[in-house]
Design a protein around this ligand. Structure first.
Ligand code: ZN
Length: 280
């Protein structure tokens, strides 16, 4: 029965002749390792259909999920970073920014847009981790401040979606000033009685946690997001003690009173709409 037994030895197919599924057709969950169709994964708001792992996504994906029909108007899209400190580490800051722009297709680590979410007018600023670790520099701070200004002018709610490693080292003090600037603008929003919801996604750390991300009328998070200020190693060395289990996860932070609730990304739009509906 040679037709099901391989009789010819050494059959080899050169790599370029091998037929494979086109790139990007399948998504493999990094947690449970199950594969699913990318279309199915996208329809599921980029969460795993098996274990509910929330894949890290950028501003465009969040805008598509939240704005009705994915339609929005972007604000200050051409705002770009300067190099006030003429900073150089392994390469110059200017070169790093240009290289990241090219790789990510983004101009900086945050984008602001307005539009309708379940027919409610809203301004959303969303951070992009793919741009220098979602670091908060002058452009990020300015975009947030201007987004808040837009919400203030039109008296519509503001949603901030954070995903950041913290302040941008290459802008040093200028980055830190963004904490004060955004916080001051948020205080104006609060005085005007306009709702501000802060969504913390994986990861939200450093100066971002220490400023606008924790200043929401509602501070909410996606499941299992890493939320903290300093990293666990630094804290462990400082306090000289083992850290509790689940330290710096959204669930731990919720249990300790720093979050209002955790929301599954698939329910995000509906929950935000009913929350804002109640505040109107
Ligand atoms: Zn999974």
């Amino acid at each position: 029965m040679s037709w099901f037994k391989r009789t010819d030895k050494g059959i080899q197919t050169p790599t370029e002749m091998k037929r494979e599924a086109p790139d990007g057709l399948w998504y493999q969950c990094p947690t449970c390792k199950k594969a699913m169709h990318t279309r199915e994964h996208k329809l599921n708001a980029f969460t795993c259909i098996n274990c509910n792992y929330h894949e890290k996504i950028g501003s465009e994906a969040y805008f598509q999920i939240l704005f009705d029909e994915g339609e929005y108007t972007e604000l200050d899209e051409n705002l770009r970073s300067g190099d006030p400190l003429k900073f150089t580490d392994t390469k110059s800051y200017v070169d790093r920014v240009r290289a990241t722009e090219k790789k990510s297709g983004l101009k900086d680590a945050a984008r602001t847009a307005y539009g309708k979410m379940s027919e409610i007018d809203i301004v959303i600023t969303c951070m992009d981790f793919s741009f220098i670790g979602g670091s908060m520099g002058s452009v990020v701070g300015e975009k947030i401040a201007r987004g808040i200004e837009c919400a203030l002018q039109h008296k519509i709610p503001f949603l901030m979606i954070s995903k950041s490693g913290g302040a941008r080292m290459m802008e040093a003090g200028f980055s830190l000033m963004q904490m004060a600037k955004t916080s001051a603008r948020l205080a104006q929003l609060s005085e005007a009685g306009i709702p501000y919801v802060s969504l913390l996604t994986d990861p939200t750390t450093g100066g971002v946690t220490a400023s606008y991300a924790m200043l929401g009328d509602f501070n909410i998070s996606e499941p299992e997001a890493l939320i903290g200020f300093a990293g666990p190693r630094v804290i462990k060395e400082t306090i000289g003690k083992e850290l509790p289990k689940g330290f710096q996860t959204a669930e731990f932070v919720l249990d300790h009173g720093f979050l209002d609730f955790i929301v599954d990304r698939k329910d995000l739009k509906d929950k935000l709409a009913s929350l804002l509906g109640m505040l109107r």
